[in-house]
Write a protein that binds this ligand. Sequence first.
Ligand code: RRO
Length: 309
Amino acid sequence: MRPTRVFGIDFQHPVLLAAGTCGFGEPVIDVMDLSDIGGIVTKSVTPEPRSGNPAPRVAEYRHGMLNSVGLANPGLEGVRRDKLPWMRKHLGNLPVIVSVAGHTPEEYGQVVEGLEGEDGFQAFELNLSCPNDARLGGRPFALDPESLEAVLEVVRPRTVRPLIVKLAPNDPDIGATAALAVAHGADGITAVNTVPGYLTQVSTGRPILGAGPGGTSGPAILPVGLAAVRQVAQRVDVPVIGVGGILSPDDALLYFRAGATLVGVGTGSFADPRCGARVALGVARAQSTAPDVYSARAATAPGPVPSES
Ligand code: RRO
């Protein structure tokens, strides 16, 4: 099969494992052939290590999942010392995108600068849309145009790698936000992060998650992600990575029809660790059977995205 070339990177499949759902690749190597997926996006990396929010951090409900992991990660030095060597040794040529987070624009800059000279990954995804960062008071940078601009102004000059910006689903005009990100140097857009949510015990009214509120993911948010990708793809010419609620190959094909060039499987991997591979193989089958119908949007020559069909 011909790889999909996006951001100058060859992806064997247009299906990635989304940020926060596969660590730094450790859970992947035991359950699938690396050639069965397109790549991974790591857990978001912050300048300092973080232990995350109080348990429970994850709750299932009928149509999906609520999480408030709280950005638990080993921090910049831990990633340089432990994770990157592990990835270089075990992930071979699998494309890796490092997700980056912070509380200030300068923190994003620190992580990007600290990793830029390292091998073992190909691109950065700036996570501007985590709904679970108490210090940002529920207003991630993706929902504040000045902060989004400030992050890109700090980060863009510090890397020659592709910069992908991950946006929030609860954005009243996600197309405009994507256009702003591209105007400030973003090479791609990921849409979307989880949807702010809250679940309580019916008997006590107490929150189910240790941190209280969380981010909603899973099949419930498939139409949310599709709408966001459609709006973004209509506004910008850069590749769009569609994330949200993908469990089956058909879900991924819907994202391609909405204008995505790549997709990310997230929550689906928790129920079925092989979900990403299953989706990738189903997409490959559909695309080889009917390429005109099921192709992803081209990375370099974006055709018009259908408006309301
Ligand atoms: O760690 C988290 O709680 C988290 C992050 Br960084 C994110 O971007 N999205 C999410 O649902 N959870």
